[in-house]
Design a protein around this ligand. Structure first.
Ligand SMILES: Nc1ncnc2c1ncn2[C@@H]1O[C@H](COP(=O)(O)OP(=O)(O)OP(=O)(O)O)[C@@H](O)[C@H]1O
Length: 327
């Protein structure tokens, strides 16, 4: 890891060319006082209109990056641009959920939003009623607007927190681990809401330590590991770097491997640990043709599956490590 020093006079928060991007960072770095480099020369490009998953194990630098983007933490080096505007002009167009807002348990969801809105000096007070109503509607809480916060489910509480980030027209929504600590129902609600908000044209930048969540919810992703960017791009392009494989479950492992080799499949592997299966790159072969050839050769096929590469495979392929959510 390199030690980063600030170049004399280098401007922080200066805008690199943003083009059609909602967020651009160039060499963005944060070294904390203790010497730890939490974010190391990050080059991120978040296209407008994307649902961008900022993926990494705990402690990989996601929150620190988000806090820099929102002007809450000063970078040690590098530059960034949000919506192609100076930060002060960009922030009113950005909704953010970093640490959940503290809501009053004895007040209704609606009353909490009014209090939250009143505390924002940039929010036009005269339109509060309309904006609070719209935000509640947007997150599906209109019917529960008058219910006390303490009686909300976990999912409803998080949706209210997202409503608080949507109290004005937003071009960009930044959510830091919005499903963390939620039960399965709440997780489903929040994931569905993120997709709906994105469908309305808002760019969503969402951090997560859950690979499958990012695969399901996002159009693009950046993968972080100990402060470093491992890869970024569309989910399809990230996965596309790896081959789709076929997996054959059979007690006749050696024969199955031979047949797959004869068919010209590349990288034939038998599973470790005595599991009765063989895998190979699918290539241009049709799975049904592979199955027919195996059966013709007398291989007892118990199961045949096409295994598409996942983001976890991408991470393992790029780092040689498993994706450890505990960092
Ligand atoms: N104020 C701070 N002072 C010193 N070190 C910090 C500070 N904030 C974060 N760190 C360290 O920087 C690293 C990155 O932390 P960060 O919170 O950005 O990661 P993260 O990917 O968001 O993880 P998590 O999901 O656990 O929040 C961690 O090792 C963390 O301990």
């Amino acid at each position: 890891m390199t030690v980063v020093t600030q170049e004399a006079g280098a401007p922080f928060g200066a805008a690199p060319p943003s083009g059609d991007s909602a967020i651009v960072t160039r060499g963005l770095t944060k070294q904390f006082r203790g010497g730890q480099i939490a974010v190391d020369a990050l080059d991120l490009t978040v296209p407008r209109g994307s649902v961008f998953g900022f993926l990494g194990p705990n402690g990989s630098g996601k929150t620190t990056t988000i806090r820099m983007l929102l002007g809450l933490v000063t970078p040690t080096a590098g530059e960034y641009s949000v919506l192609g505007l100076p930060l002060a002009d960009a922030l009113p167009r950005v909704g953010a959920l970093v640490e959940g807002p503290a809501f009053y348990p004895y007040l209704s969801g609606e009353a909490n939003l009014f209090r939250f809105d009143a505390a924002d000096p940039t929010a036009p007070g005269g339109t509060a009623k309309r904006r609070v109503g719209e935000a509640l509607e947007r997150v599906g809480l209109s019917a529960a607007a008058g219910k006390r916060f303490r009686n909300y489910s976990l999912g409803m509480r998080q949706r209210l927190a997202i409503a608080a980030a949507l109290l004005g027209p937003r071009e960009l929504l930044i959510l830091d681990e919005p499903t963390n600590g939620l039960d399965p129902q709440g997780t489903r609600e929040v994931r569905a809401l993120v997709k709906e908000i994105a469908a309305d044209g808002t760019t969503v930048f969402v951090s997560s330590h859950l690979l499958t969540e990012v695969e399901q919810m996002c159009t693009h992703a950046a993968i972080m590991r100990t402060g470093n960017l491992v890869a970024q791009g569309t989910i399809a392009s990230l996965n596309g770097g790896l081959a789709t494989r076929v997996r054959v479950e059979t007690p006749d492992v050696a024969d199955a491997a031979r047949v797959l080799g004869t068919l010209g499949l590349a990288d034939v592997r038998t599973a470790d640990g005595g599991a009765a299966s063989v895998t190979a790159e699918l290539g241009a072969q049709a799975p049904e043709d592979i199955n027919a050839a195996l059966v013709r050769e007398g291989v007892a096929v118990r199961g045949l599956a096409v295994v598409r590469p996942s983001l976890e495979d991408v991470f393992v392929g790029l780092t040689g490590e498993g994706f450890d959510v505990d960092g």
